[in-house]
Ligand binder design. Structure first.
Ligand code: SF4
Length: 477
């Protein structure tokens, strides 16, 4: 039996309309047996059938995606953190595998100034892809000069989060401290049994609908809502973000050689940037330039360079590449770019809060899909689109990444990650163009696609959630 949430809803709507199964089947061009299978959860209607049923019962498509179960307490969302917790400036190659553990080790070291030895035990995705992401060397370097033994526990499965790490501190052979840490994505960490690592909630609203309604009432563009909540400070912070993003691009398109890690992957940003086709069309040129910027940032990330999580290290090339290209092409001011970063950040924050931005938790849809949605929304802001169209652009971007798996070869943030950033950048431009052409007649809201992304992520097999146990990660290179 397929575990889906549509079955009871179809029965409920059909019975409410006083319609037999045969009657429904006739109206949506199928047979009674198929309708019975839908209602028994034995098969799922096609998108077209959902559409026909939505029209027939005069309901939104969203109705079929709404969960019947009340959300668990831990799923209830009450506000969002500052954008400074989404855009984090630091070194790659992985926000959850390097930035998060690094932050935890800094805190643990400060709390244990007398320790003469440390031990770190990595579980789940941190264990399975920690070597490739350089988690062990980041931990050792951060706790240095105190020695640290790093152990990889590949077998433990009863862990609360796929990126779990235990830290032990010793003095004269006696354990003096212990802490369990969860690296929850985007460089953010949480300590077991403690809320001390949680960042303050600054945004009271945490759905796009609520934010959209509020902005409509106040006649705000989305970045003005960010300004109202975060204050003048956010522009200074975003200016630093933009400066770091530009540096990563400009360093990356000059860089050459091979990426570290042993896969012998060549850096290609410089080649892409310089290799103009003979008689190159404007479209091909745009494609090549945007991709070269995305490669530049992603290659800097893979080399341990300084980048900005947008929303993660692995997906850090998408947003800067499209903004950099559009600034050069259209001459947008830095102020306009910062407003676009605020708008894109708001979308990333909604996804981080209501779903996930962690590949280990929800697959690559949560990283690259979110990056694409942020980039689409940011472009919508640059082009002056209305709130509804910005929502549409972000919704298109995330929707068409649903189900995207995370299977980096050798656990390195290189294949498929680098190309994936470039493809998502192009897709963001397509999404905003599509949204700007189409009138606002869509059937699915951004909020419902975000919820769907989370559910999809929970259904993705663990082998495809940053464990390097499935898909491309199993290829011999
Ligand atoms: S496949 Fe996607 S989610 Fe996985 S490491 Fe690469 S960019 Fe991140």
């Amino acid at each position: 039996m397929i575990n889906n949430i549509y079955s009871k809803k179809i029965t409920e709507l059909r019975e409410k309309a006083d319609m037999s199964k045969k009657g429904l089947a006739d109206r949506v061009n199928t047979d009674e047996e198929t309708v019975t299978q839908w209602e028994n959860g034995e098969s799922v209607p096609s998108a077209e059938s959902f559409y026909k049923m939505a029209k027939l019962f005069n309901v939104s498509m969203d109705v079929f995606f709404e969960t019947e179960q009340p959300m668990k307490e831990k799923d209830l969302v009450n506000g969002m953190e500052s954008l400074n917790q989404l855009y984090r400036i630091g070194r790659g190659p992985s926000s959850s595998h390097t930035m998060g553990p690094e932050k935890a080790c800094v805190i643990f070291k400060e709390n244990n100034p007398d320790a003469d030895c440390f031990k770190a035990v990595l579980y789940g995705s941190l264990a399975k892809t920690g070597k490739g992401h350089c988690t062990d060397s980041v931990i050792e370097n951060t706790l240095s000069p105190v020695p640290c033994e790093v152990q990889f526990d590949y077998l433990k499965t009863d862990i609360e989060h796929p990126n779990t790490m235990d830290l032990f501190a010793y003095k004269n052979g006696e354990q003096i401290d212990f802490i369990r840490v969860f690296s929850v994505g985007g460089g953010r960490i949480e300590f077991e049994g403690s809320s001390s690592a949680k960042e303050p909630i600054v945004y009271k609203l945490s759905t796009f609908k609520d934010i959209k309604d509020y902005c409509k009432e106040k006649k705000y563009r989305l970045w003005q809502y960010v300004h109202e909540v975060e204050g003048e400070y956010i522009w200074e912070y975003l200016a630093e973000v933009w400066k770091t993003m530009k540096n990563a691009i400009e360093t990356g398109i000059e860089d050459e050689g091979t990426l570290p890690g042993g896969l012998d992957v060549q850096k290609k940003a410089k080649y892409l940037y310089n290799m103009e086709h003979i008689g190159e069309s404007a479209e091909t040129r745009e494609n090549r330039e945007v991709c070269s910027y995305a490669f530049a940032v992603s290659e800097q990330n893979a080399s341990g360079g300084r980048i900005v999580t947008a929303p993660t290290c692995g997906a850090s090339g998408v947003l800067p590449s499209v903004l950099y290209y559009m600034q050069l092409k259209h001459g947008f001011t830095d102020r306009q770019i910062l407003q676009a970063l605020a708008t894109g950040g708001l979308i990333g924050n909604l996804i981080k809060t209501n779903a996930s931005i962690s590949g280990a938790e929800c697959g690559c849809q949560a990283e690259i899909g979110t990056a694409c949605a942020m980039a689409s929304a940011a472009l919508g802001e640059l082009f002056g689109l209305k709130r509804g169209k910005i929502e549409y652009a972000a919704e298109i971007a995330i929707e068409h990444h649903l189900g995207l798996t995370c299977d980096p070869i050798c656990g390195l943030v290189q294949i498929p990650c680098i190309e994936r950033n470039a493809v998502a950048a192009m897709r963001a431009i397509n999404a905003v163009n599509l949204a700007s052409f189409l009138s606002d007649t869509r059937k699915i809201s951004l909020d419902s696609v975000i919820t769907t992304m989370k559910k999809t992520g929970m259904d993705i097999h663990a082998a495809y959630r940053e464990t390097s146990e499935g898909g491309l990660a199993t290829l011999e290179i």
